[in-house]
Design a protein around this ligand. Structure first.
Ligand SMILES: [Zn+2]
Length: 262
């Protein structure tokens, strides 16, 4: 690995931590319906957090997960999301060196779309909420990225439209059949984001992985008695795992399928 690639990974890790920190702000303020502007404050005592306590990951560890003012516990979400930001930044930089001009745009594509998955996943896990407008914007941004970077933009447009039609039908049917119990309208917007990021046929790989992981978690949850038959499994994190899987392994899997069935 060249020196500039190592530097690229360090750069992406730092940037990922900073964006994870920002994701935490979006998650909490959208849940509370508050403005995303303004300084961060402690969720308990509402006192502003000092600049030296705003360093991703390190501040949480240094303060042992407690507010520096009132010493009450800060939710584990904060450090988990920041660590996830660091990990996703490193993953994107390992695949595409951000300092290599030939692949830098793909680094930014993966960096943006994988980090974007954190906000809806956490909101779904904690409160069964999805940020619909955000998902719509992210779908458009991901699509614009792919059209701009493609050798053949029209094939991207067509593959995205096919993916969008299929996922709308697939999720729409489940919403109607279950009367909104399995999936909600927010999931349709998540589906649009999936179509914008992946297009057809990679979206099929993502769905397959999402339902597989969801099934495994649901079954093991039933076995160990964590879930009842009626408990609702947060679906957005499964779809997020599906998207990561399709981005990282989709090409290889599709080539393998083509070889086997050709
Ligand atoms: Zn406090």
């Amino acid at each position: 690995m060249s020196l500039d690639h190592v530097l690229g990974i360090v750069y992406a890790a730092l940037l990922g931590g900073a964006l994870g920190s920002f994701a935490n702000v979006l998650i909490i303020r959208w849940h509370e319906g508050a403005s995303i502007l303004g300084r961060s404050a402690c969720p308990h005592c509402k006192r502003q957090i000092r600049a030296k306590h705003l360093i991703p990951v390190l501040s949480w560890l240094w303060l042992k997960g407690r507010c520096a003012e009132c010493e009450r516990k800060i939710h584990i979400q904060y450090i988990l999301v920041e660590l996830l930001g660091v990990a996703l930044g490193i993953a994107a930089a390992l695949r595409f060196n951000p300092f290599d001009f030939a692949v830098a745009s793909w680094f930014w594509f993966e960096f943006v779309v994988t980090l974007a998955l954190i906000v809806p996943s956490v909101m779904d896990i904690r409160w069964q909420e999805l940020p619909v407008e955000y998902l719509g914007w992210m779908a458009a941004i991901a699509f614009a990225f792919r059209v701009t970077l493609a050798h053949d933009p029209w094939s991207v447009v067509i593959s995205t439209l096919i993916a969008l039609a299929l996922i709308t039908l697939f999720f729409g049917l489940q919403i109607i059949l279950s009367n909104g119990a399995w999936l909600g309208v927010g999931d349709l917007w998540f589906g649009a984001f999936m179509a914008g990021v992946l297009g057809w046929p990679k979206i099929a790989v993502a769905l397959y992985a999402a339902y597989l992981v969801g099934g495994i978690i649901a079954i093991s949850g039933l076995i160990v008695g964590r879930y009842g038959r009626k408990s609702r499994l947060a679906f957005a994190p499964m779809l997020a795992i599906g998207i990561l899987f399709a981005l990282w392994f989709g090409n290889g899997i599709l080539m393998w399928i083509a070889r086997v069935y050709a």
